[in-house]
Design a protein. Structure first.
Length: 94
């Protein structure tokens, strides 16, 4: 059994940044396309449509920043707790 005793903060923060960016992109596309479809069938295209489509760019950027911060905090908390309880035991198959 292998034991994880420490996580590199920068490495984990980068991992979380990428995963949150992908989630933000998916959410931005869904929100942007949904807003476009809604506006086409109700009020017509307007400034709100442009804002909804901007979500495709803005949501991944915001999610990336949040992911980096959250990943940093998670790694810091894990490292401090792992010192006290000994980490996490993981079974790795070759």
């Amino acid at each position: 059994m292998a034991r994880i005793k420490k996580i590199d903060v920068d490495s984990f923060a980068r991992f979380r940044r990428v995963s949150f960016t992908i989630i933000g992109l998916i959410c931005g596309v869904l929100y942007g396309i949904g807003g476009l479809i809604y506006d086409v069938f109700t009020t017509g295209l307007n400034g709100g449509t442009a804002l909804a489509l901007m979500a495709i760019l803005i949501m991944p950027a915001i999610a990336a920043v949040i992911g980096f911060v959250v990943g940093s905090l998670e790694a810091i908390v894990f490292n401090s707790v792992a010192k006290k309880i000994g980490g996490i035991t993981v079974e790795i198959e070759d």
